[in-house]
Design a binder for this molecule. Sequence first.
Ligand code: AMP
Ligand code: MG
Length: 345
Amino acid sequence: MKIKKITFALLTAVIFLTSCNAKSINSAAEPKKKELFAMDTYVTFQVYGQNSDKVLEQAENEIKRLEDIWSTTKPNSEIYAVNHSGGKSVVLSNETAELINFALEISKDTNGALDISLYPVLKEWGFTTDKYSVPDNERLTQLLKNTGFERINLNGNEICLPKEMQIDLGAVGKGYAGDLICEKISNEGVSSALVNLGGNVQTVGTKPDGSNWKISVTSPYGDGSFATVELADEAIVTSGGYERYFVGDDGKTYHHILDPDTGKPADSGLISVSIIGKEGRLCDALSTALFVSGLKKAEDLWRKRSDFDMILVTDKGKIYITEGIENRFSLAQSHKNLDVSVIRK
Ligand code: AMP
Ligand code: MG
């Protein structure tokens, strides 16, 4: 079986673009950088201005702290405690309760396209261990009996799951971690920084010269980036089947974003969903959920809410962007032939 993770390529694409821009503006305004591996992905922090060493250290400590409480595999994590509680209540920290509460809200808003209770199904496919296999329908039906976000009981900081249920915050944790880290960075008086958690890019302020950050959007076809989008004090988060997948013995490709109704890789007609907005957690939750929901429902939700924009790529090679980013979106020179439509209110 073949597996592929292109998170690193994604990360380097973004770093390259931003560092080139920074250099051409003012060589005196070089950022301080820190690169590390956390939350199962490559992480880069890039901070401008005085105080950057201290700020970078705080950012690193914060991501490690959050990884420790949200990990599904570390025995001391809060999520591990919840998943091994045998149906008993567990008291969560404020951050964890806040994140789960938020994920449940988005689950409701997307008719269950986002569901943090799919963990046992993800394990069965091998997406948690990289030991992949295709479960049969009977096994999936059995596992799906114990999923369902509606049955997660969260009351303030106290959570109680049905006995056989297990959760994972893989679809939302990095976005919220980005928010908490950006908040820490801003609180230190920094007005220009970039946080990249495996392709989830979150910006603090603008570039040091006051212009927007120009962030590249990875092509789902594995040929670099297909576009750039300009951001300031915003996040862009992308979900795509190409980010983690395997090819089964039957020759078919199976990716890591599951449709909660079937327990199988979502097949909505979208192959990449990027969400742009002020809140990383919203961008992260919606990029996963709308990948499952598909174009029509994504459009409907965008019309209903007014707190995000999106870039959607369909399996027919068509690109849809929402009007809020129309003037900040550019196709890369190498992808000028792509067909882009603007979704309007
Ligand atoms: P993301 O990369 O943010 O789209 O999140 C994908 C990760 O979320 C997967 O690797 C799984 O751990 C988990 N996941 C997969 N499908 C879903 C889903 N429908 N709802 C919630 N989490 C999911
Ligand atoms: Mg997500």
